[in-house]
Design a protein around this ligand. Structure first.
Ligand SMILES: [Zn+2]
Length: 400
């Protein structure tokens, strides 16, 4: 009886510790009274939890700015250098690595361009990038996880990339091989998780971006391919095997061209970056920025190319609005710029969705720059520490 009651009490304490650490990580410094108010825990419990986080090195307290009369209250803040994660974004033309500290602070970022590298070469490049960002970790920081985004369909349990057409990958063991490469270089490596890049983007927009506060959200990002991620009631909707959310291969135009997936008229073939260039009659490698400048300086063909993509973007979005009934649709990659230049054209098509769902949706653009995938990968890598700070820190200490 005693041990059962003890275990339960310990579980409650651990889950409260997770609650307070998660709050500090996601929302930044706050006073003890604010923590009391938003968690509903009593004052002395919050005091104990804060002391425990301070003892673990994950939080510190400093004198905040006084408000009115009386002593200024202490402010509790996360210690960025206490725990770090590596976030990796593998794209078609380059790979990017970031090091984030607790609280989401960006501590280092490096990228490397590549042109159709072999899988083995790419793993080596990404491992090198990881080492470069880790070299910038503050002394004593615990490396608690690695998150990887990739433009493809991923088996989540082991990071096997089932299909990444724009990288030319079919059934590639990215999770295992990268994890092994990182262990070899650093002596050890914490758990590494691979996900679809846009699923991570959706997570980032929900936690730290334009979709903050929205629990039902669609994130759509454009590069050569179109990536999509979806959260329903705050949970990622990825399907039975984790392969859902392939919005780019929604077939919209029966008279369209053949997609890299083999089907005709996929959404990606109408709104991907190559469609933009094809419509404009310019070289495939033209930068999106160049085309936007042309359009803004009155080049009619450039403007028509963007308008055409905007139209198809709206057609697909109207379908998604009808099916998902999201509160927010966040656009990233070149779709961000398409919306900025030709938003009314997109909105006109979205306006053809059914009234009830249309009235609830807000279409907006990312405010995370090009880093939504990286930020989402970082949040994924932090998740286990936030759930069990004591256990994860102990595991890191044993392993390193
Ligand atoms: Zn397709």
């Amino acid at each position: 009886m005693t041990s059962l009651a003890g275990a339960t009490q310990d579980e409650v304490r651990r889950s409260n510790l997770a609650l307070v650490l998660t709050m500090l990580h996601r929302h930044g410094p706050r006073s003890r009274s604010q923590i009391v108010a938003s968690t509903g825990l009593n004052r002395s419990t919050v005091g104990d939890l804060v002391s425990e986080l301070v003892a673990l090195g994950l939080a510190r307290e400093s004198a905040g700015v006084g408000q009115g009369v009386g002593r200024p209250s202490l402010v509790v803040e996360p210690v960025a250098g206490a725990a770090v994660v590596v976030a990796l974004d593998i794209r078609v033309e380059r790979s990017v690595a970031s090091l984030y500290g607790l609280g989401g602070e960006l501590l280092a970022r490096h990228e490397r361009r590549h042109h159709q590298p072999s899988f083995t070469t790419l793993v080596r490049h990404v491992a090198e990038l990881t080492q470069r960002v880790l070299a910038r970790a503050p002394a004593g920081a615990a490396w608690v996880g690695t998150g990887v985004g990739v433009p493809g369909v991923v088996r989540t349990e082991d990071g096997l990339v089932r299909f990444a057409p724009n990288l030319g990958w079919v059934d590639v063991p990215l999770g295992n091989d990268l994890s092994e490469a990182l262990s070899q270089r650093s002596g050890w490596s914490p758990p590494l998780q691979v996900r679809n890049d846009a699923d991570l983007g959706a997570r980032a927009e929900h936690l730290r971006g334009s979709g903050r506060g929205a629990d039902t959200l669609v994130f759509l990002t454009g590069d050569i391919g179109i990536g999509g991620g979806m959260l329903v009631d705050g949970r990622p909707l990825t399907g039975a095997g984790g392969y859902g959310g392939e919005f780019g291969h929604m077939r919209v135009n029966p008279r369209g061209i053949i997609c890299r997936c083999g089907a005709r008229g996929c959404w990606e073939t109408e709104i991907g970056r190559l469609a933009l260039m094809r419509n404009a009659g310019v070289d495939e490698d033209t930068e999106v920025g160049v085309l936007l400048q042309e359009a803004e300086s009155g080049n009619r063909q450039a403007m028509a190319a963007i308008e055409r993509v905007a139209g198809w973007l709206g057609v697909g979005l109207a379908n998604l609005v009808n099916i998902v009934n999201p509160q927010v649709v966040v656009l990233g990659g070149h779709l961000h710029h398409v919306y900025a230049v030709a938003g009314p054209r997109v909105d006109r098509e979205v306006g053809r969705a059914l009234t009830a769902a249309r009235e609830q949706v807000r279409v907006t653009v990312t405010d995370l720059g090009g880093d939504a995938t990286l930020i989402g990968a970082g949040e994924l890598a932090f998740a286990s520490l936030l759930e069990d700070p004591v256990g994860i820190l102990a595991a890191c200490e044993r392993a390193s």
